[in-house]
Ligand binder design. Sequence first.
Ligand code: CAA
Length: 258
Amino acid sequence: MLTRQYVKADVDGQIGRIRLNRPERYNALNRTMIREIVKVMEQFDQDETVAVIVLSGEGKSFSAGADIDEMVDATPISMELLDPFADWDRISRLHKPLIAAVHGFVLGGGFELALACDLIYATPETQFGFPEVGLGVMPGAGGTQRLTRRIGRTRALEWLWTGERMLAPEAERLGIINRVFASEQFEQDVMTRAHQIAAQPPISVRLIKDAVDKAGDLSLQDGMDHERRNFYLLFGTADQTEGMQAFLEKRQPTFKGN
Ligand code: CAA
């Protein structure tokens, strides 16, 4: 049973879809909800029939951030003991492509959840922002790190200090999100993109993600050494034989995922 209290989930072809399902609170993320999201993501990551995971929100918005009701009485010690962000860290250990398909408000922890995904697609009127400063806190689930890596220190500081919202076309221009798709056919366009990635040889897709992830952590030479090992590894796959053979025979390849 994939669908849970705060999350709806299903499989469409090779796409594992997860929908945040707390629309009456703008999908505000409480701890149970995060745990459910990560659990379903991990199930899809292990499911051989799923190639790509798409995360979206039910109702008017993707997510208005962490559940403020749940945090209002927290203390440093309760936070330390609960370590609520430990669950979030598991997202970056997933191997399969993770797409955030967002609309409406994408604020605070909602923005951080989207930034934890590999690709972000949004409708034109989507509003992104980090309002935490106005609550007397700051992002705690990776916002200062992931935003800064995407847009640099000065731009990140301005967004984080003012708490201002940015519309999707601006976020696209700055390279925070991948693409804006028209609202009328948003789901369809996202699914077309997801299926396009799902049709690629899965071990290549997996090892590309693994190598790209190293780019942020390793020196250029160490990163290139890592890339090279992944490249050599792919010559042990049937999909490499098929892909290159199909090119030489001027036909479309049929990938089997091994
Ligand atoms: N936590 C808890 N409840 C929330 C919420 C949140 N983050 N966001 C919205 N809600 C609730 C509201 O309290 C309200 O509940 P009631 O109907 O019981 O009053 C309901 O959702 C609808 O919200 P509004 O009436 O406020 O709707 P609106 O259309 O006037 O405004 C909004 C929408 C702009 C998203 C506004 O609700 C808002 O600013 N929400 C808070 C955004 C925020 O500050 N997010 C950061 C959270 S902290 C964080 O995320 C830390 C981190 O790094 C992990």
